[in-house]
Design a protein around this ligand. Structure first.
Ligand SMILES: Cc1cc2nc3c(=O)[nH]c(=O)nc-3n(C[C@H](O)[C@H](O)[C@H](O)COP(=O)(O)OP(=O)(O)OC[C@H]3O[C@@H](n4cnc5c(N)ncnc54)[C@H](O)[C@@H]3O)c2cc1C
Length: 381
């Protein structure tokens, strides 16, 4: 068993770290407060390959393995959860669906612009009435001549109002329920396809989230993505990788909380000594570090199985579940270690906590991850 990153992976991690420290660290609090979508950094991230990290070089992407993508996500989230969520959705969902299930023509048409950051991708599965039970969606797509006509609404869509290329899941054979769902590509500006105003969120506030409404949206027949009625089944495969990406985002936020706490505990004095000298604080730091390291190992194991071409549905869910809960706990403890200062915005830990809160909800809640894991281990027992 080898726990070492390759030289290439170390170089990618170091490059992402340097970018996050120089371009995100000092801006993240301001973006969080103003809820401003940080468009200015998209071209820079494209230049570094972050906008097409998992997209092969043939389609102008960086062609990175899943572990390298996770390393970038961790480094970006270490300083800015909002930017990490933008990257997670753009790379892990929208473009991933096109890459894994699109035709050659669709990949050639959409992926290069996505990988170069000229166009942002979004992925729309969730609806106002269907979240965890995503297969209960109600949006419909009906073939009329050479066009699909879509009607319905979507909720909580990342890049909902700023996206350019949307992958939208809709019922094509309603009586077949989850086996009657298909995916479609809809481009920004399609008639009848309207985004709601950006949601005012607890955390990841500079990541764009909005509803989408579809009223008689007509798109060409060839915008069907993957096979008809296979969309939901394809979705489950996309989510495996997406969950690793969200787990890595959580790890970055948790690491941020730990690093800020280590620094603060050495600086802050009470009762005539640094609070790092108190065992109560030391044990918190030890638990944070241990749980984050365990999260890292679970993530790396899921990535290793993926690299070996093996199924990693259970491992991805375990990694996402554990990393998101460990990160949230670490952020919570970081606030405690910072005392009253942890509760105000002069220090970043309250923002990390708010950003990490998303990670136990998005791409399947912790309860859903436990359902996936228990279903798999019971089947194998
Ligand atoms: C910031 C943000 C960004 C998002 N981005 C996207 C996106 O880009 N695209 C997209 O399609 N979606 C997106 N989502 C939606 C997200 O995936 C859903 O919010 C999530 O899947 C949960 O669905 P829900 O909110 O409807 O909650 P519900 O499904 O209504 O769940 C409510 C509670 O009930 C629990 N629960 C539900 N079913 C069960 C069960 N069987 N057993 C035990 N507990 C259960 C849940 O775990 C949760 O605690 C985003 C959400 C947020 C907040």
């Amino acid at each position: 068993m080898n726990f070492e990153l390759s030289d290439d992976q170390k170089a990618i991690r170091d490059m992402a770290r340097s970018f996050a420290e120089s371009r995100l660290r000092d801006k993240a609090a301001q973006w969080d407060q103003t809820k401003e979508f940080p468009r200015e950094i998209i071209p820079e991230m494209a230049e570094l390959g972050f906008m097409g990290m998992g997209i092969p070089e043939d389609y102008a992407g960086a062609g990175l393995d899943l572990l390298s993508c996770a390393l970038i996500m961790e480094e970006v989230a270490r300083h800015c959860g909002s930017t990490a969520l933008t990257l997670a959705s753009h790379n892990g969902l929208g473009s991933k669906h096109i890459l894994l299930f699109g035709s050659e023509a669709q990949k050639k048409k959409y992926l290069p612009d996505i990988a170069q950051g000229k166009k942002l991708s979004a992925w729309a599965l969730t609806e106002p009435g269907s979240g965890s039970d995503a297969s209960g969606l109600k949006t419909t797509a009906v073939l009329e001549g050479n066009e699909w006509v879509l009607n319905g609404s979507k909720a909580f869509i990342t890049q909902g109002s700023v996206g350019d290329i949307y992958v939208v899941l809709a019922l094509t054979t309603p009586e077949k329920k989850q086996k009657g769902i298909s995916a479609f590509v809809i481009e920004r500006g399609a008639k009848g396809f309207v985004a709601g105003k950006p949601e005012d969120k607890l955390g990841c506030r500079a990541s764009d989230t909005s509803t989408l409404s579809l009223e008689n949206v007509r798109i060409p027949k060839e915008n069907l993505l993957g096979e008809k009625d296979q969309g939901f089944i394809d979705t489950l495969k996309i989510l495996d990788q997406g969950r690793v990406i969200i787990g890595a985002m959580a790890l970055g936020l948790g690491r941020g909380a730990l690093e800020e706490s280590l620094k603060y505990a050495k600086e802050r004095e009470q009762f005539g000594k640094p609070i790092a000298d108190f065992q109560a604080i030391q044990w918190k730091l030890a638990d944070m570090a241990t749980e984050l390291e365990a999260a890292r190992l679970l993530l790396y194991k899921a990535c290793a199985k993926h690299a070996a071409g093996q199924p990693m549905n259970t491992e991805a869910s375990m990694a996402k579940l554990f990393a998101s809960e460990a990160a949230l706990k670490a952020c919570d403890e970081a606030i405690q270690i910072h005392g009253g200062y942890g509760y105000i915005k002069d220090y970043p830990v309250e923002r990390y906590w708010r950003d990490a809160r998303l990670c136990t909800i998005g791409e399947g809640t912790s309860e859903v991850q436990r359902m996936v894991i228990s279903r798999n281990i019971l089947r194998e027992a």
